[in-house]
Design a protein around this ligand. Structure first.
Ligand code: FNR
Length: 195
């Protein structure tokens, strides 16, 4: 694997979403050898199993599934809504998760981060999201975590991440993520060679 192509997913549709800003910061802090391309979930409709069949799936869902397939890894920035994963993000993952255990998410390395106005910075939503990804067979970066608490104080009016400690944390996290994706990728390729 040369450059690691990461699909970046923010679980918020807000134009000035803190999680979109966090994903933007990750794009600028990504280590050499990693690129992060964002995918906007705005076009993904509510899940309907009647439409989840070849030839019937909404075009944006097909585009999302293809983007996941084509990516080497996923970086998800989740908000926290009522201690959990926002419906927008859970819904998109549900679309991507079929057919179960053979979906584009199966075996796709993923890392989770999140920003919120609250004091524990999406930790509860991140735990839920890990469990959901586990159900899809996507391996999740076990450590470290990026939970950006009181996030409004950490971005400026332009949406730039200006808090030095958070920038350092995010840069370290992305380095770990890149090294881990390479390890997981080698394991996946090895498994493929063994059949
Ligand atoms: C929130 N927010 C919130 N924050 C938090 O830390 N824990 C929570 O459980 C919740 N719950 C919650 C529910 C709903 C319906 C909304 C709209 C908001 C606040 C949330 O962190 C804040 O709105 C963030 O700015 C949302 O992320 P984006 O849209 O900025 O990425």
């Amino acid at each position: 694997m040369n450059t690691i192509h990461v699909l970046g997913i923010a679980g918020s549709l807000r134009e000035r979403s803190l999680n979109r800003f966090l994903l933007d910061a990750a794009r600028t802090l990504a280590p050499r050898g990693m690129s992060i391309e964002p995918f906007d979930l705005a076009g993904i409709p509510l899940y309907n199993a009647d439409l989840d069949a070849d030839g019937r799936r909404p075009a944006d869902v097909e585009r999302f599934k293809r983007a996941i397939t084509d990516a080497d890894a996923l970086l998800i920035a989740t908000p926290e809504y009522n201690y959990g994963v926002p419906g927008v993000l859970k819904n998109a993952i549900d679309w991507a998760s079929r057919p179960s255990f053979r979906s584009p998410l199966a075996g796709k390395p993923a890392a989770i981060m999140g920003a919120s106005g609250g004091a524990i910075g999406t930790a509860r939503a991140q735990e839920q999201l890990k469990l959901t990804l586990l159900a899809t067979l996507a391996p999740v970066l076990p450590h470290p975590a990026v939970t950006v608490a009181r996030a409004r104080e950490k971005f400026n009016a332009d949406g730039d991440l200006v808090d030095a400690a958070t920038r350092d944390l995010l840069a370290g996290f992305l380095n770990e993520f890149a090294a881990w994706v390479r390890r997981v990728g080698v394991a996946r390729e090895g498994r493929g060679a063994d059949g």
